[in-house]
Design a protein around this ligand. Structure first.
Ligand SMILES: [Fe+2]
Ligand SMILES: [Fe+2]
Length: 211
Protein backbone atom coordinates (compact mmCIF):
# COMPACT_ATOMS: atom_id res chain seq x y z
CA UNK A 1 0.00 0.00 0.00
CA UNK A 2 1.26 3.50 -0.76
CA UNK A 3 2.23 5.97 1.94
CA UNK A 4 -0.75 8.12 1.06
CA UNK A 5 -3.07 5.18 1.52
CA UNK A 6 -1.51 4.53 4.91
CA UNK A 7 -2.28 8.11 5.84
CA UNK A 8 -5.89 7.69 4.78
CA UNK A 9 -6.18 4.52 6.78
CA UNK A 10 -4.89 6.29 9.84
CA UNK A 11 -7.47 9.04 9.45
CA UNK A 12 -10.32 6.64 8.71
CA UNK A 13 -13.05 6.34 11.35
CA UNK A 14 -12.38 4.06 14.26
CA UNK A 15 -16.04 3.61 15.00
CA UNK A 16 -17.00 0.77 17.24
CA UNK A 17 -14.60 1.33 20.13
CA UNK A 18 -17.52 1.10 22.54
CA UNK A 19 -19.10 -1.80 20.75
CA UNK A 20 -19.01 -4.18 23.68
CA UNK A 21 -21.30 -1.97 25.76
CA UNK A 22 -23.52 -1.25 22.80
CA UNK A 23 -23.82 -4.91 21.88
CA UNK A 24 -24.65 -5.85 25.46
CA UNK A 25 -27.41 -3.26 25.56
CA UNK A 26 -28.86 -4.27 22.25
CA UNK A 27 -28.68 -7.94 23.13
CA UNK A 28 -31.01 -7.42 26.09
CA UNK A 29 -33.85 -6.43 23.78
CA UNK A 30 -33.16 -8.74 20.88
CA UNK A 31 -35.07 -11.79 19.84
CA UNK A 32 -33.48 -15.20 20.30
CA UNK A 33 -34.31 -15.80 16.64
CA UNK A 34 -31.08 -15.10 14.77
CA UNK A 35 -31.51 -17.09 11.56
CA UNK A 36 -30.97 -16.49 8.72
CA UNK A 37 -29.17 -13.20 9.21
CA UNK A 38 -26.35 -14.14 11.57
CA UNK A 39 -22.91 -13.99 9.90
CA UNK A 40 -20.97 -14.71 13.15
CA UNK A 41 -17.78 -13.28 11.74
CA UNK A 42 -16.89 -9.94 13.27
CA UNK A 43 -14.43 -11.18 15.91
CA UNK A 44 -12.18 -13.13 13.55
CA UNK A 45 -9.01 -11.05 13.80
CA UNK A 46 -7.08 -13.11 11.22
CA UNK A 47 -9.56 -12.49 8.46
CA UNK A 48 -8.30 -10.36 5.58
CA UNK A 49 -10.25 -7.39 4.30
CA UNK A 50 -11.39 -9.38 1.27
CA UNK A 51 -12.51 -12.39 3.32
CA UNK A 52 -14.58 -10.06 5.49
CA UNK A 53 -16.10 -8.23 2.54
CA UNK A 54 -17.08 -11.51 0.89
CA UNK A 55 -18.96 -12.64 4.02
CA UNK A 56 -21.28 -9.67 3.85
CA UNK A 57 -21.63 -10.26 0.11
CA UNK A 58 -22.91 -13.79 0.76
CA UNK A 59 -25.40 -12.42 3.30
CA UNK A 60 -26.59 -9.82 0.77
CA UNK A 61 -27.08 -12.52 -1.87
CA UNK A 62 -29.13 -14.68 0.53
CA UNK A 63 -31.31 -11.74 1.52
CA UNK A 64 -31.86 -10.73 -2.13
CA UNK A 65 -32.95 -14.26 -3.00
CA UNK A 66 -35.38 -14.28 -0.06
CA UNK A 67 -36.74 -10.85 -0.88
CA UNK A 68 -37.99 -11.82 -4.35
CA UNK A 69 -39.40 -15.18 -3.21
CA UNK A 70 -41.01 -14.48 0.15
CA UNK A 71 -44.76 -13.91 0.65
CA UNK A 72 -45.83 -10.26 0.29
CA UNK A 73 -46.86 -10.02 3.95
CA UNK A 74 -43.36 -11.05 5.05
CA UNK A 75 -41.43 -8.70 2.79
CA UNK A 76 -41.07 -5.86 5.25
CA UNK A 77 -38.57 -7.43 7.67
CA UNK A 78 -36.51 -9.06 4.92
CA UNK A 79 -36.35 -5.80 2.99
CA UNK A 80 -35.35 -3.72 6.02
CA UNK A 81 -32.69 -6.27 6.97
CA UNK A 82 -31.30 -6.19 3.43
CA UNK A 83 -31.44 -2.39 3.34
CA UNK A 84 -29.51 -2.09 6.61
CA UNK A 85 -26.92 -4.62 5.41
CA UNK A 86 -26.48 -2.82 2.08
CA UNK A 87 -26.12 0.56 3.81
CA UNK A 88 -23.75 -0.68 6.51
CA UNK A 89 -21.59 -2.68 4.12
CA UNK A 90 -21.35 0.17 1.61
CA UNK A 91 -20.31 2.66 4.31
CA UNK A 92 -17.63 0.42 5.82
CA UNK A 93 -16.42 -0.75 2.42
CA UNK A 94 -16.09 2.83 1.17
CA UNK A 95 -14.09 3.81 4.27
CA UNK A 96 -11.69 0.86 4.39
CA UNK A 97 -11.44 -0.34 0.78
CA UNK A 98 -12.34 2.47 -1.59
CA UNK A 99 -10.81 5.43 0.26
CA UNK A 100 -7.38 3.73 0.26
CA UNK A 101 -7.90 2.76 -3.40
CA UNK A 102 -8.90 6.31 -4.33
CA UNK A 103 -5.53 7.51 -3.04
CA UNK A 104 -3.76 5.52 -5.74
CA UNK A 105 -3.83 6.34 -9.46
CA UNK A 106 -4.51 2.72 -10.58
CA UNK A 107 -7.44 2.48 -8.16
CA UNK A 108 -9.19 5.70 -9.11
CA UNK A 109 -11.48 4.52 -11.93
CA UNK A 110 -12.61 1.31 -10.23
CA UNK A 111 -13.38 3.17 -6.99
CA UNK A 112 -15.46 5.79 -8.75
CA UNK A 113 -17.40 3.08 -10.59
CA UNK A 114 -18.11 1.19 -7.37
CA UNK A 115 -19.23 4.31 -5.50
CA UNK A 116 -21.63 5.17 -8.34
CA UNK A 117 -23.16 1.69 -8.09
CA UNK A 118 -23.54 2.08 -4.32
CA UNK A 119 -25.53 5.24 -5.04
CA UNK A 120 -27.77 3.44 -7.56
CA UNK A 121 -28.45 0.67 -5.03
CA UNK A 122 -29.27 3.28 -2.38
CA UNK A 123 -31.78 4.93 -4.73
CA UNK A 124 -33.48 1.59 -5.48
CA UNK A 125 -33.78 0.98 -1.73
CA UNK A 126 -35.43 4.38 -1.35
CA UNK A 127 -37.90 3.49 -4.13
CA UNK A 128 -38.78 0.31 -2.21
CA UNK A 129 -39.22 2.12 1.13
CA UNK A 130 -42.99 2.49 0.83
CA UNK A 131 -45.75 1.20 3.14
CA UNK A 132 -47.38 -1.06 0.53
CA UNK A 133 -44.91 -3.75 -0.48
CA UNK A 134 -47.54 -6.07 -1.94
CA UNK A 135 -47.80 -4.67 -5.45
CA UNK A 136 -46.45 -6.08 -8.71
CA UNK A 137 -44.56 -2.82 -9.24
CA UNK A 138 -42.82 -3.22 -5.87
CA UNK A 139 -41.74 -6.77 -6.72
CA UNK A 140 -40.46 -5.64 -10.12
CA UNK A 141 -38.31 -2.98 -8.43
CA UNK A 142 -37.13 -5.54 -5.85
CA UNK A 143 -35.98 -7.77 -8.72
CA UNK A 144 -34.11 -4.82 -10.24
CA UNK A 145 -32.42 -4.26 -6.87
CA UNK A 146 -31.50 -7.94 -6.61
CA UNK A 147 -30.06 -7.94 -10.14
CA UNK A 148 -28.08 -4.75 -9.46
CA UNK A 149 -26.70 -6.08 -6.16
CA UNK A 150 -25.67 -9.38 -7.77
CA UNK A 151 -23.99 -7.52 -10.63
CA UNK A 152 -22.16 -5.19 -8.23
CA UNK A 153 -20.90 -7.97 -5.97
CA UNK A 154 -19.73 -10.05 -8.92
CA UNK A 155 -17.84 -7.10 -10.39
CA UNK A 156 -16.21 -6.30 -7.06
CA UNK A 157 -15.11 -9.87 -6.43
CA UNK A 158 -13.88 -10.57 -9.97
CA UNK A 159 -12.31 -7.18 -10.80
CA UNK A 160 -11.99 -4.63 -8.01
CA UNK A 161 -10.79 -6.94 -5.25
CA UNK A 162 -8.19 -8.36 -7.63
CA UNK A 163 -6.92 -4.85 -8.34
CA UNK A 164 -7.02 -3.82 -4.68
CA UNK A 165 -5.09 -6.96 -3.79
CA UNK A 166 -2.16 -5.59 -5.79
CA UNK A 167 -2.40 -2.12 -4.23
CA UNK A 168 -2.73 -3.07 -0.54
CA UNK A 169 0.05 -4.78 1.42
CA UNK A 170 -0.52 -8.10 3.19
CA UNK A 171 -0.24 -6.41 6.59
CA UNK A 172 -2.79 -3.76 5.63
CA UNK A 173 -5.18 -6.42 4.35
CA UNK A 174 -5.39 -7.66 7.97
CA UNK A 175 -5.49 -4.21 9.57
CA UNK A 176 -8.11 -2.90 7.18
CA UNK A 177 -10.12 -6.12 7.60
CA UNK A 178 -10.34 -5.59 11.37
CA UNK A 179 -11.26 -1.94 10.95
CA UNK A 180 -13.88 -2.80 8.34
CA UNK A 181 -15.51 -5.43 10.56
CA UNK A 182 -15.71 -3.09 13.55
CA UNK A 183 -17.21 -0.38 11.41
CA UNK A 184 -19.64 -2.81 9.74
CA UNK A 185 -21.16 -3.73 13.11
CA UNK A 186 -21.18 -0.09 14.21
CA UNK A 187 -22.99 0.94 11.02
CA UNK A 188 -25.48 -1.93 11.32
CA UNK A 189 -26.36 -0.53 14.73
CA UNK A 190 -26.51 2.99 13.33
CA UNK A 191 -28.91 2.10 10.50
CA UNK A 192 -30.96 -0.54 12.34
CA UNK A 193 -31.90 1.86 15.14
CA UNK A 194 -34.18 3.66 12.65
CA UNK A 195 -36.49 0.62 12.58
CA UNK A 196 -38.37 -0.71 15.60
CA UNK A 197 -38.63 -4.14 13.96
CA UNK A 198 -34.84 -4.65 13.88
CA UNK A 199 -32.02 -5.03 16.40
CA UNK A 200 -28.34 -6.01 16.31
CA UNK A 201 -27.37 -9.00 18.43
CA UNK A 202 -24.20 -9.54 20.48
CA UNK A 203 -22.52 -11.15 17.48
CA UNK A 204 -23.13 -8.07 15.38
CA UNK A 205 -25.90 -9.56 13.23
CA UNK A 206 -29.09 -7.74 12.26
CA UNK A 207 -32.03 -9.68 13.69
CA UNK A 208 -35.78 -9.17 14.18
CA UNK A 209 -36.39 -7.16 17.35
CA UNK A 210 -38.09 -8.73 20.34
CA UNK A 211 -41.82 -8.01 20.17
FE1 LIG B 1 -19.67 -2.37 -2.92
FE1 LIG C 1 -18.97 -5.03 -1.44
Amino acid sequence: MSESAHAVTARAPTAGSDLSDARAGVAQRRSSHTEPFCPKHHLNARMTLFDALRQSHELQRRLCRRLVRIKPQDRDTVFLTLKVELEAHAAAEERFLYVPMLMTNPGLSASRHALAEHHTIEELCEDLSVPDKGTAAWLATAKRLSDKVHHHLREEERKFFQLAGKLISDADKLTLGRSYLKDLVHMRQHYAQAYKSLAVDRQGAVVPAAS
